[in-house]
Structures are given as C-alpha cells and as structure tokens.
Design a protein around this ligand. Sequence first.
Ligand code: C2E
Ligand code: CA
Ligand code: CA
Length: 650
Amino acid sequence: MPPKGPIARMRAFMSVSADDPALLKAQYQAFSGQIPLMYAMLLVNTWLLASTHIGIAPRWLVTGVPLLFTPVCALRCIQWWRGRHQAMDAAGALRALRRTNRLVWPLAAGFAAWSLALYPYGDAYTRSHVAFYMAVTIIGVLLCLMHVRPAMLAAAAVVNLAFVAFFATTGVPTFTAMTVNVALVTTTLVGMLLRQYDGFTELVRARLQAEALGGENLRLANLDSLTGLPNRRAFFAELEAACARARERGSRFAVGILDLDGFKPVNDLYGHAVGDRLLEQVGVRLSALVGGRAHLARLGGDEFALIIEDIADDASCAAFARHLCTELRAPFPLQDNSLQVAASMGLVVYPDLATNASDLYEHADYALYQGKRHQRGGVSLFSTRHQHRIQQDAAIEQALRKADLEAELSVVFQPIVDTASRRTLAFEALARWHSPAMGTVSPAEFIPVAERTGLITQLTRVLLAKALDAAATWPEAVGLSFNLSIHDLGSEEEVARLVRLVLDSGVHPARIDLEITETAVMQDMEQAQWAAGQLRGLGCGVTLDDFGTGFSSLSRLLALPLTRIKIDRRFVSGIQHSPASLKIVRSLLALSRDMELGCVIEGVEGEEELAILRELGGSLMQGYLFARPMPAADVPAWLAHGEGAAFCFC
Ligand code: C2E
Ligand code: CA
Ligand code: CA
C-alpha cells in the first residue's frame, strides 16, 4: 500500500524500500562496484586537503580528524570491495543498503564540518581549496551513490546546505558566486541522477519480466502441447540427468519406449481430431498408472517414453511395464463409442547394455521394434541377443554396401501348386545372397537391413531382373510371384522403373504377381494403394502376403486392388492341434471366396496339414511338402516330372 500523508511519503522516499527484492539485489550489485571507489576518492581528496593545511591549522584538526575518518572509510571500502562478487539475497542487500543509508548522514555532515572548520586558517588559496574540495567531492559522491536514491539525496542535501549556508555568508563575492555555481550544478546533477535511477529501476523490472517470459517459453518448449506431458526434448534432458545421477550413486534405472498398436487405423478411420483425443486419454491414463514411479514423456506420434529410476530388479520392472501395456488395452470412451488400442514396450536397463542417453534410447527402441515383429502388445527387454543382432545387422549393412549385387545375389523358386488340378500355378522368387565376406545370409536377415538402409530398391532391381529372365523361359501358363518391399513402391520413379523392367522382360504382365506384406502396407496405406493401382493397371496381380499378421483393419486392407491373399504360415503350422488357427484359416478362406480373391496357403509342411486345409476348401498351396525353393536350373525338371509325382497326397 502506498504511504499516506506528505511526511510518510517523504519518509518512504528517503528510505530503502523492502518491497522489491529484485530491485534490492540489482541495487546492491551496482552499488557494491561503486562504493569502494567512492570511499577511496573521499579519502584521497581529504588527505590532499589536509596536506595543504599542515602548519596552518591546528594539528588535531588537520590530521587528527582525517585519522579518525580513515579507518571507518577504509573498513567500509574493504567490506564493499570483498562483497562485490558475492551473490546476495534480498534480505542481505536490504541490510547493507539500509546501513549505508544510515551512515551517509553522519559521514556527510562530518566531512562537511571538518572541511569548513579548516576555512578560517588559511589564505585565499587554501580557502578556495576548501570550497573546491567540497564542490568536487560531492559530485563524485553523488555519482557513486546514484543507485541508492535516499543516500544520494541525503548526501546532496547535507553537503550542499552546509556549503551554501556557509559560503553565501562569507561576504566574499567569489564565494557567493561559487555557491550559485555549486547549487546549480548539484541540482541539475541530482535531477539527472533521479531520472537515471528511474531508468535503472525500469531496466531491472524489464529484465525480470524478460526472465519470467523466458522461463515460460522454456517451460512451453519442454511440454507436449497435446497431452501436457514433457516432450521429446525434455525426455532427453531428463535421461541425461538420470544417467549422471545413476553414475554418481552407482544405481540402476530402466528406459521404456511405449508404442501404440492400432493407433494409425484409428487416425485414418476417424480422423486426426479423434486420434488426438485418444492420445490425450492415453496420456492421462499413463500418468495415473505411472504416478511418481517414473518420469513419463510423449516423444511424438503414438510414442511415449518412461524413465524408471531406482529399480529393484529387472523382473519387477518388466512386470510394471507389462502392467502398463495391459491397462492400456481397456477401451477409451471416444466418438460415441469406445476405441481400443494395444501397447508394446521396449525396455533397457542402465548400465547393463547401455550407459549413455542415446544408446539407452536406441536400444529401448530396438527392443520395441524387435518385440513388435514377433509379438505385438508385449514388453521386450533389450538383451545380449539384441546386441548381437545389432552387430550382425551392422556387419550385414557393411557387406551389402560393398557387395557386387549382380554377382552375389541369386534367385531361387518355390512352386505354388493348385492341389485340385495338381498343376504348378506359379513360382515364388526368393532372394539368396552369398557374400564373400559373410557367407550365405538368409533373406530374413538381409532384407530387413536393406529396407532400413534404403538399399532394398537396388536389390529389387537386380532380383526382379533375374527372376524375370528365368520366368521368360517357362511355359506361358506358369506365373511368377515376386516379393516387393514398401520402399520399392515409395516413389513414382521407383514404380516406373519396375514397370519398365516388367515391360522389357518379355514376360506378360498377367503372369506376374507382386507380393506385398500386410505390415509393409500398414506403414503407408495411401502409398500402397496408389502403387498397387499402378501395378494392377499394368496387368500384374497383387497379393497381400503374410495375411493375418498385421492386426490391420480388414475393411481397409480389402480396399486395396488385390487379386490374391496369402495366409501366413504361422496359422498353418500345427493347424491339426490348434482350433484357433483352424478357425482363422477357415474364415480367411471364406473371406477370399466372398471377395472373389485367390487364396494361397503358405508353409504347408505335412500331410496332415494338407488334409485339413483341403477339407477347409483350400486349394492353392506352397510349402516344403511340395518343394523347397529350387535354383532356376531345376525348374524345367520340376515342371516336367515333379508335378503329380511329388503330389503324393491323393
Ligand atoms: P515370404 O515372402 O513369406 O517367403 C516365404 C518364406 O517361407 C521363404 O523363406 C520360404 O523359403 C519359406 N518357406 C516356404 N515353404 C515353407 C515351409 O513349408 N515351411 C517353412 N518353415 N518355411 C517355408 P525365405 O526364402 O527365407 O524368405 C524369407 C522372407 O524374406 C520372405 O518371406 C520375404 O519376406 C523375404 N524375401 C525373400 N526374397 C525376397 C525378395 O526378393 N524381395 C523382398 N522384398 N523380400 C524377399
Ligand atoms: Ca512372399
Ligand atoms: Ca509369406
């Protein structure tokens, strides 16, 4: 509350206010640099004035009084000098400034009285020296005190009043004129310094505001605007800090990357607004589940991250992660009905297999990716097996980059048979790589590496050319199935290149079937739809490979211009012992019939499986029971003798 009444207001004006801690600290800081200078100047000037009065005025006055002042001033000078770089809190600054404010009155009065007491003893020169000493020293003092307004005003008032009152009454015209000079100069100076002081306080407030704004910006820069959780940037800062803490304490902590399964279809089907609300709710549910046990962040998209500190053991940490994934499966009430997603998590423990932030993140992410490939909706802990895989993948990448693809890659062919007519319908081309450095590498290993590194398109061109060369020698009735990766369909140029290869091969496009896996399609549905349209336009067939493994929405998959589906072998192997697999295969066969799509069942290994599949109505099949993939040179013999002979199932 502002003070009432002129006296109270004057008092407030002349005292150091405790209202503004930031201003106090800034005053202290500015002041502490100037005050030692002021005391030093004051002492030197004082002793110079004393020196011109030695032998003229009494000793006690000339040197006695300055000897009294000197320790006081020197002590204050040293105190302020020492404290000039110390961080001072507002209370400390207030105490120091108030002490100065109190001291300034007696000191100003003491110095003024002393110098005026010397006046009667000298001649005109020494008297002028007294006047000059007072006039100049006060200017210096005022400049040094400018950041503490009441102290500055007190010094100006005491010294100037004494000066004017004394010299105006000396009757010496020169001194009378000097009083006017001094009064004018100090009034102007005080006016200017008061304005400077206002500018100083404004500057301090502006800086405070800017700092507050900067703090808010920093807070916003570290926050995910959708969920209100810490964002990627904040997560990595926290991860660095967690590494440092664990290193210091020798403790263990876990990093988890959580990814939603089935979020993309929600986004595609219901729109981004619903997708956003789902993510918000996931954030809320996760926050409630995690509580204070972990640091939670959203990395972007449907990816969340956790830092679980001070874990007891890996098993309880994995159990906690599994609990989160399970809880996320409960429906989210949205869009008039409820939506359901699943969650998978990759976990890594510091310091077992990673000791810095980027390795921890990458390993958790890798465990997540690998986990998802094998079993969605689960928790996968980064292990030495993963580490070995990473090293192996790196070696494969190196060798692939150096490889002479034309010489090292080859294609083998596995027949797709029609068990009803006992004829070979087509051959699926399967890549083989013999690297001089790595030996024979399975496509299950090198194809994913080639996809990740973008080398796949080069591989596809070489492999497709080789497969087409072989197919060109087969009878017209025998088709070719060729596996494409989503990267092969990633751009118009790439698709145009494939189209040209097909057109130049001499194999009729109608004999060619291009297989795209369900998981690949899910990565970019729009691109897959466009590319499949292009290939269909050319006259080729399009098969959806590994059908049933991707958890994608059936209606969306069937919106693709497909000609065939291929039921994944995981539903076939051991079908005789698995009622669930039996049901799935039965409904997929019914679906393909309803949709008028061809249906190939892959991975048929045993007679018993074959009998059941036939009973379910399946006829197009592929598997070791009929033939293993064979080199191109063996195809003519298979076509001539294999058909029928190998089909000993009737
Ligand atoms: P895929 O397209 O599902 O190919 C079928 C895989 O199952 C082949 O493995 C084949 O040898 C194997 N297989 C066939 N019959 C049976 C059976 O009765 N039992 C069992 N257990 N397995 C059987 P392969 O040749 O190792 O290929 C693995 C995967 O690598 C392929 O799976 C495909 O995704 C990929 N791949 C192979 N060649 C190419 C290619 O030229 N381009 C692309 N993009 N991917 C390829
Ligand atoms: Ca395939
Ligand atoms: Ca397959």
